[in-house]
Design a protein around this ligand. Structure first.
Ligand SMILES: NC(=O)c1ccc[n+]([C@@H]2O[C@H](COP(=O)([O-])OP(=O)(O)OC[C@H]3O[C@@H](n4cnc5c(N)ncnc54)[C@H](OP(=O)(O)O)[C@@H]3O)[C@@H](O)[C@H]2O)c1
Length: 303
């Protein structure tokens, strides 16, 4: 297949692009800077600009672009950048694919577009699948608009999949770098009550799920890309402590997280989703890392 990837320089893209090439796909990388190689092509998602011919003959687009979500306070400017960058990038691709589909309706096309389990908001201990509706916090509303930006492609007959990804555990994952360091210093502990669910997924399974969904012609709409056994923050903490052989008896109180990280802390660190990958499992996807132990071991060993 001829596959275009946006946001390819990020955590997922860096692992995905070589895997796609190893599968024999022709990969075209959309870059926001000056292209350095023949397979890189410039686009300007901020101004919704893309050469209309670029996606004319691609079979698939994997859209991973967006201002990185980092553990920092959600200022108004940061929130706007998180939202606008995702909606602008997705709209640009979606509209270009719709144009391509109108010009050449015979070709089957698929758009695998990033989203996040944050779509569901804070769901406590209730198990959530793709059938559940959206939450109400900022990240949930962001995901609704992000997913909504694929509407032109969908209307033009493109198969659209929303990759509702969990917390990706892999080499280079910022969260693991921070937590790994804190834990190695012996300062690790549960965050807040520790009862919030963290829907992790290993980087290997994230990449494999995207590869699987590229050709899963009967799958469309939202897909939870999360490991089969989500764990609470307390369990995650215990398993990470065990993986780095450090104690985890400390606990970071709720107010400290809220004070330091504000809305980000409340909606991403202290809240969570017990999201399960119902669609992936029904479609026959087989996870390499089925437990958080396996995923953490793989991530910490550089896989
Ligand atoms: N990693 C996770 O745990 C996780 C969880 C849930 C959802 N997701 C979502 O999945 C997608 C990929 O995740 P990731 O972890 O690989 O992301 P990432 O490491 O934050 O990388 C995102 C990429 O988007 C591009 N980008 C940065 N700023 C941008 C802007 N202002 N406008 C458009 N593009 C911009 C960059 O690529 P270029 O410089 O090459 O354009 C960047 O490398 C993201 O949208 C992320 O929100 C990730």
């Amino acid at each position: 297949m001829k596959v275009a990837v946006s946001g390819a320089s990020g955590l997922i893209g860096k692992a995905l692009v070589p895997a796609l090439r190893a599968d024999g796909h022709e990969v075209l990388v959309l870059v926001r800077r000056t292209p350095r190689t023949a397979d890189e092509h410039r686009w300007d998602p901020q101004h919704r600009r893309i050469d209309p011919s670029l996606l004319g003959d691609v079979d698939a687009v994997i859209n991973l672009a967006g201002t990185p979500i980092r553990p920092r306070p959600f200022t108004a400017a940061y929130k706007k950048s998180l939202l606008d960058s995702r909606v602008d990038a997705t709209s640009t691709i979606s509209e270009a694919l719709a144009t391509a589909a109108a010009a050449d309706p015979g070709r089957r096309r698929v758009l695998l577009s990033a989203s996040a389990v944050g779509f569901y908001g804070d769901t406590g201990a209730r198990t959530v699948t793709e059938r559940d509706g959206p939450g109400e916090d900022f990240l949930a509303r962001l995901c609704v608009q992000w997913e909504g930006a694929t509407a032109p492609a969908e209307a033009a007959g493109v198969r659209v999949v929303h990759l509702r990804t969990g917390l990706v555990l892999g080499r280079g994952a910022l969260l693991l770098q921070i937590l790994g360091l804190v834990f190695r210093l012996g300062l690790g502990g549960r965050l807040g009550s520790g009862r919030q669910y963290w829907p992790w997924v290993s980087l290997r399974d994230e990449v494999d799920a995207v590869r699987f969904l590229l050709t899963a012609d009967d799958v469309s709409g939202p897909v939870n890309v999360t490991g089969p056994e989500p764990v609470t923050n307390a369990e995650f903490t215990e398993r990470l402590g065990a993986a780095v052989s450090r104690p985890t008896f400390l606990a970071v109180p709720r107010f400290a997280i809220s004070l330091a990280l504000g809305e980000f802390g409340r909606s991403s660190v202290l809240a969570g989703q017990r999201a399960v990958p119902a669609v992936l499992q029904d479609a026959g996807f087989v996870f390499t890392h089925t437990t958080v132990d396996e995923a953490l071991r793989a991530a910490l060993s550089g896989a």
